[in-house]
Ligand binder design. Structure first.
Ligand code: KIV
Ligand code: ZN
Length: 515
């Protein structure tokens, strides 16, 4: 049996259909180019009959994106197949994917027809689709809940009609891996013409089993996996492309199959899909989550420094992530801190480890994660207290209501000299930050802003976390107050202090070099 697993990406069809707002044509085209760089075999890019906009997007992708087979979805009805065939016409290689439900629950309640009627519609659709392309895929929607013998009947008939790929979706994410594998084996053993088609699987993640089910199906003989980038899709999503691709790569020794996915493109594509689809990736998501290659526990960090394979089964570079990350938190040991300082160019005689580690733990408790610039500040400004800060908040007086523009007057001291300034903005936080920027003369750009409540009810404190960019470098800090505007202003001022200290450190380093 051929060992290649075809990767059929449906991010722009099954994934897109689950978004709160549909993607426009340009966005779809941009993502189609990115997904084609992953070297997927087939890319399902829309459902042309569903709207004129979707038709145009499929047509444009068919014109402009070269490489993968471009596929469109069509119900087993004439107007769908026609729209699909027309939209796909410009593609170098095209596939029509047509489907009809086969499970008793769908046949009885949704379609109100018998399996024989559904089979007749499927055959007509496959035959119609063959007029536009010789590459026709047929799906038995809700195959996971269809009796095996019913599946065998319809599958044998549509293969005879000319379908060359047979897809068996677990549409509602219900089956378990052993059941799904048993279904594939049953079809392989009971459909006489099964060797004329490639078996495909399409799993939804309602019970979190989409990837496991897809792999189990491959072990039973399926040779195409349908999946989406970041696992986006209906309800709990679809099988995740990056997980499947990395399982096939990392466990080829065990599975004895491979895909042609260019894994180095995974991370970049994942970011693009997340941004354009406005769907954040959960931090602990396998392969592409922010923490997928971050090590926090002291024991793990120590192991990683001794040998990477102690706690990492694949290198981040394999999926296009620039490097792994040892998060410096209160769980980090001295070994990690020393290692990071050495990477930053410091020698053991530049600091007293006992003092520095105590300061590090105190800051880590307060801030969560300690960054490079915090570590460097500990070397240069031993026992720094807030009273030493260059920028200090004296007061903030912000006003906002639903009718007028928000305004704020902020008072700060800069190097001990008091200043105050007023500004307007699209909210009280924006107005306050503008006032601060006017006084400091620094164009600090806020990249990320998040707000958490740290307790319930009247005693609740607002914790504002800000990631900001200045002079090509990112800075992170937080502010804590009962008033969220004040917490925001505190965080923003703290960021200014980090920048100030970083500038001082770079001057001191320069002096060391020249002096
Ligand atoms: O989940 C499903 O059954 C589908 C089919 C249209 C293939 O998306
Ligand atoms: Zn689906």
């Amino acid at each position: 049996m051929n060992n290649k697993i075809w990767i059929f990406d449906t991010t722009l069809r099954d994934g897109e259909q689950a978004l709160k707002a549909s993607l426009n044509e340009d966005n779809k085209l941009q993502l189609a180019h990115a997904i084609s760089r992953l070297n997927v075999d087939v890319m399902e890019v829309g459902f042309p009959v569903s709207s004129p906009a979707d038709f145009r997007a499929v047509e444009r992708i068919a014109q402009e994106v070269k490489g993968p087979i471009i596929c469109g979805l069509a119900r087993a009805v004439e107007k769908d197949i026609e729209a699909c065939g027309l939209a796909l016409k410009p593609a170098q290689q095209r596939r029509i994917h047509t489907f009809i439900a086969t499970s008793p629950v769908h046949l009885q309640h949704k379609l109100r027809m018998s399996l024989d009627d559904a089979t007749a519609m499927a055959v007509r659709s496959v035959q119609q689709a063959l007029k536009y392309t010789d590459d026709v895929e047929f799906s038995c929607e809700d195959a996971g809940r269809t009796p095996h013998d019913d599946l065998c009947r319809i599958v044998e008939t549509v293969i005879n009609a000319g379908a060359s790929t047979i897809n068996l979706p677990d549409t509602v994410g219900y089956v378990t891996p052993d059941e799904y594998a048993a279904m594939i084996s049953y079809l392989m053993n009971h459909v006489p013409n099964i060797d004329k088609a490639r078996l495909s699987v399409h799993c939804h993640n309602d019970l979190g089993l989409a990837v496991a089910n897809s792999i189990a199906a491959v072990q039973a003989g399926a040779r195409q996996i349908e999946c989406t980038v970041n696992g986006i899709g209906e309800r709990a999503g679809n099988c995740s492309l990056e997980e499947v691709a990395m399982i096939l790569k990392m466990r080829q020794d065990h599975l004895n199959v491979y895909s042609d996915i260019c894994t180095k493109e995974i991370y970049r594509t994942s970011r693009q899909v997340s941004q354009i689809c406005n769907m954040p990736v959960q931090p602990n998501k396998a392969i592409v989550g922010e923490n997928a290659f971050a090590h926090s526990s002291g024991i793990h960090q120590d192991g990683m420094l001794k040998a990477q394979n102690t706690y990492e089964i694949m290198s981040p570079e394999t999926v296009g992530v620039p490097g792994n990350q040892l998060n410096m938190t209160s769980r980090s040991g001295r070994h990690v801190i020393q290692h990071r300082l050495t990477e930053l160019g410091y020698h053991a005689e530049d600091y007293d480890m006992d003092t520095l580690y105590q300061n590090f733990l105190a800051l880590a408790d307060q801030k969560g994660v300690v960054y490079d610039y915090d570590l460097e500040a500990m070397i240069y400004f031993d026992n720094q207290t807030n009273n030493d800060d260059h920028y200090q908040l004296n007061f903030v007086h912000a006003m906002s209501n639903s009718q007028t523009t928000a305004s704020s007057t902020v008072g700060i001291s800069i190097g001990g000299v008091a200043h105050s300034e007023a500004a307007t903005g699209n909210g009280p936080v924006d107005a306050s930050c503008k006032a601060i920027k006017r006084m400091t003369g620094m164009d600090v750009e806020i990249l990320e802003y998040s707000l958490d409540a740290t307790a319930k009810g009247e005693k609740s404190l607002g914790k504002v976390n800000i990631v900001a960019r200045y002079d090509g470098r990112n800075y992170h800090d937080s502010g804590l107050a009962t008033d969220i505007v004040e917490a925001s202003v505190q965080a923003f001022i703290r960021i200014h202090n980090l920048i100030h200290r970083t500038q001082l450190i770079s001057d001191l380093k320069q002096q060391r070099k020249t002096g």
